[in-house]
Design a binder for this molecule. Structure first.
Ligand SMILES: [Zn+2]
Length: 298
């Protein structure tokens, strides 16, 4: 591949130089050649440019860079096998003759998709955050996971009520629009609202919005600050997730979420400012709950 690249590059340089020669030739004598001996000056310039082109091809008697690199290429052993695409040349209608380049384009595209999906599979198979559909062979693991998904609604309600009673400035209501799984609506003071979808006792999805916005599971907030908090809430739900202690996971998440009650009043722990890039500290440390700007995160 390397010789082909340098050969193509050499040809590109040659073409650019040749184009320059013709450009100058087309322009003829210019004002910057002055009055005295303008013809000679023009001829000298042309000669210089033509020499460069010759140097590209040949250097004195030895081959120049173009000839050298082209000579080093090995010709393909035979004609390329184009498969069924060869029949495209027999196409007589005008609009279908352009199909070949489109075909090559889509072939390249599928090739890339193939490559990227292979990479994605490798990455995802190492991903320890896989939660909902474990295909782990360990029976023990599967049992604990099932238990965090299939909890009776009463248990979920009890856990949520306990959390609700902990905070006077955070109001939690439970609804079950999708069969048995709970969806929480959390109102945090007059700061913000959130909708949290559960699967058993596992937090499956979170959307955070402003206090005056309408809540639903599918649309994001109009305001950047709450979109940032939503993003961080997703990170938090993955961080606190625990298949063996699902109750603790929910409680930790709620404690973390409650710390946003000071979203607009606490300064950043690092830069001590309230605003940075016109946003308050939207990040809360998972352990210490300290506020940080996105850019000031430890
Ligand atoms: Zn900061």
């Amino acid at each position: 591949m390397e010789p082909l690249y340098s050969a193509l590059n050499a040809v590109k340089v040659l073409r650019a130089n040749v184009a320059h020669v013709f450009e100058v030739l087309k322009g003829g004598v210019r004002a910057d050649h002055g009055e005295d001996g303008k013809d000679t000056k023009f001829l000298l310039e042309f000669q210089e440019l033509a020499t460069i082109v010759i140097f590209n091809m040949r250097f004195n008697l030895s081959p120049g860079i173009v000839e050298q690199t082209v000579a080093s290429l090995t010709p393909p052993p035979g004609p390329f096998n184009l498969g069924n695409t060869t029949f495209l040349s027999q196409e007589s209608t005008q609009e279908r003759q352009a199909l070949y380049s489109q075909l090559v384009h889509s072939y390249k595209w599928t090739d890339k998709i193939h490559e990227y999906s292979n990479l994605a599979v490798t990455l995802l198979s190492q991903n320890s955050l896989k939660r909902s559909y474990m295909n782990s062979s360990s029976a023990k693991r599967r049992r604990t996971l099932t238990s965090s998904h299939n909890v009776p609604p009463q248990t979920v309600d009890n856990v949520i009520q306990t959390i609700d009673r902990l905070y006077t400035d955070m109001n939690v209501t439970v609804s079950r629009p999708f069969a048995s799984n709970a969806v929480l609506q959390i109102t945090l003071g007059r700061i913000m609202k959130a909708v949290v979808a559960f699967k058993g006792l596992m937090i499956e999805w979170v959307v955070v919005k402003g206090f005056t916005e309408t809540l639903d599971l599918w649309t994001e907030s109009r305001h950047k600050v709450f979109r940032k908090v939503t993003e961080n809430a997703h990170a938090a739900m993955l961080h606190f997730y625990s298949p063996t202690l699902p109750e603790l996971a929910v409680r930790s998440f709620m404690t973390w979420f409650h710390s946003y009650i000071t979203l607009f009043s606490d300064p950043c722990k690092r830069c001590r400012n309230h605003l940075l890039n016109s946003l308050p500290p939207t990040w809360r440390d998972f352990r210490t709950l300290e506020p940080f700007h996105e850019e000031c995160k430890p």
